[in-house]
Design a protein around this ligand. Sequence first.
Ligand code: COA
Length: 317
Amino acid sequence: MSKDFLADEDPVKLQEFEDRIERGEKIEPVDWMPKLYRKQLIRMIEQHAHSEIIGSLPEGTWITRAPGFKRKLALMAKVQDEVGHAQLLYSAAETLGKSREQMIVDLINGKSKYSNIFNYPAYTWADSCFISWLVDAGAIVNQVANSRGSYGPYCRALERICVEEAFHLKYGHHCVIHMATGTDIQKKMMQEAINRWWKPMLMFFGPPDKISAHTETLMKWKVKMLSNDDTRQQFLGMYVPKIWELDLTIPDEKLRKNDDGKWEYTEPDWEEFKRVINGDGPCNAERLAVRRTAEERGRWVREALNRPKATYVTPLA
Ligand code: COA
């Protein structure tokens, strides 16, 4: 696939570009890059930015219902961070030439993808605890690795995001410990949340490597530093013991660590994954409707700030 896309690139420049990546140098917005690298980065960073924005919705609905003032404060700060992450990521994607307005239009029209996991409902407080701990844990595994990648603006955004995510993780872990060691009702609520979210969580890391469309190209150019399966394995290794430690169970009888250190698990339903990422999950319509409303309600602010004579400046980092 990548060979066809690279056919019209200058072979000398392409070689220099690949040598720089091989040496571990960062590629910056003003540097030469193959069209495919630019296209792949826009796709991935844009999807990531949308995931942060949409990801704030299931947790955001719990701010007013979080148990107690301290939890409300912490959750509100966390949700604000997530929206801030989206801003950093939109800026990083803009350095590659796609405008923020176009990215938002593509999101609300259903053209762009965003993470599968945020298309599931957060019925109870325990669902919000699951997201804060384990979804953020999954995100950290992926993003710590990719922050060592090749594209400067994305790596710098990820470094900052990971610091904040590490705090979310501690907050989420604290919430889950509280539920798991609380009353029988709290423990049951937490267990039911794990049962609901486990399969979407496994899907969160992307399809298995053997059917992943982009992994090979992205790893070659050090945009992705771990494959989907490696990230999933790393997450299982770090968090399954912590879940078991809390006397909670995971709804997969096959789940075990084999002698070779690899985790064995029941594959989630990849057909369901395809449906969800293509717009047909339990909450896709609701999530996009919320974003559309936000866009419409904010239009007067954007129009009031709009100065037609000002020239648009693409951010450099
Ligand atoms: N949710 C939604 N879509 C997903 C997905 C997920 N969890 N995992 C994979 N996909 C999509 C891909 O975007 C791609 O679709 P496209 O070709 O229409 O763009 C398709 O499934 C094939 O997957 P794959 O080839 O494995 O995609 P990838 O190499 O881009 O890897 C990620 C997928 C999520 C691992 C990668 O994009 C990534 O690391 N993104 C940055 C982190 C991020 O977005 N996190 C989200 C939550 S914080």
